[in-house]
Design a protein. Structure first.
Length: 226
């Protein structure tokens, strides 16, 4: 009945989903998770100055990052594309050491962030139940990482919104940042923005890191200097 009403009223997808929720029903799910970033969103992202910014798909697959992100955490392009996933790095499988951050990162409350990431993935499975990449991710983590499997079994549904991290940067030293997570519409893209408190020493370090650019790995420096 709700579907028929939505068609009769010629509702947009957003209006249709709102109608379903008003009727206490789950809106129809879309097929696949999108890795596309609309041009308007991309233009906004490129104007965020010194902030370290990255965009993740609904399954926490990294799909875009700026120079500030690479300068603060290391260039993700050195990580195989399949492993550029925040959840895979956080809950490693089969001894994998791939991480999106190339230097040590500590968090104010790791337990809370672990729960938030798993809960957000469960929310994504409700939004994109037919997505093959998401299904593979959940299957791999549930069977290969005990911690993830334990949290997944809790059945919590929520979104990951914010965090506080300290990055042990090899050039400028420890940098403490606020990590905000914005969700971009129905696609469930996650825009992650790392900034430091205004006027703080951390803000100065963040700017220095951004100016210097991504540090060159030691092995590459040795090769280059010959």
């Amino acid at each position: 009945m709700v579907a028929s009403l939505a068609r009769a009223l010629q509702l947009t997808d957003t209006e249709r989903d709102h109608l379903y929720r008003l009727a206490h029903l789950v809106p129809p799910a879309d097929g696949a998770i999108s890795d596309h970033i609309p041009p308007g969103v991309h233009r906004v992202l490129t104007r965020l100055g010194d902030a370290a910014v990255a965009v993740f798909a609904a399954d926490w697959q990294l799909i875009w990052w700026n120079r500030g992100w690479a300068a603060l955490l290391g260039d993700p392009s050195s990580t195989p594309p399949r492993l550029r996933n925040f959840a895979r790095g956080r809950f490693p499988v089969d001894g994998s050491s791939a991480r999106l951050a190339q230097w040590p990162v500590t968090e104010q409350d790791r337990e809370t962030t672990d729960v938030a990431v798993v809960s957000d993935l469960r929310r994504a499975t409700g939004r994109f139940p037919q997505d093959a990449r998401l299904a593979e991710l959940i299957r791999d983590l549930c069977t290969g990482n005990q911690r993830f499997a334990e949290l997944w079994a809790l059945g919590t549904v929520a979104a990951h919104r914010e965090d506080h991290k300290t990055i042990e940067h090899p050039s400028v030293g420890p940098v403490t940042v606020d990590c905000g997570v914005l969700t971009d519409g129905d696609s469930e893209r996650k825009i992650v923005i790392m900034t430091a408190a205004p006027g703080s020493a951390d803000e100065d370090k963040l700017r220095l890191a951004a100016v210097a650019g991504p540090p060159v790995p030691h092995a590459q420096r040795v090769h280059t200097d010959r």
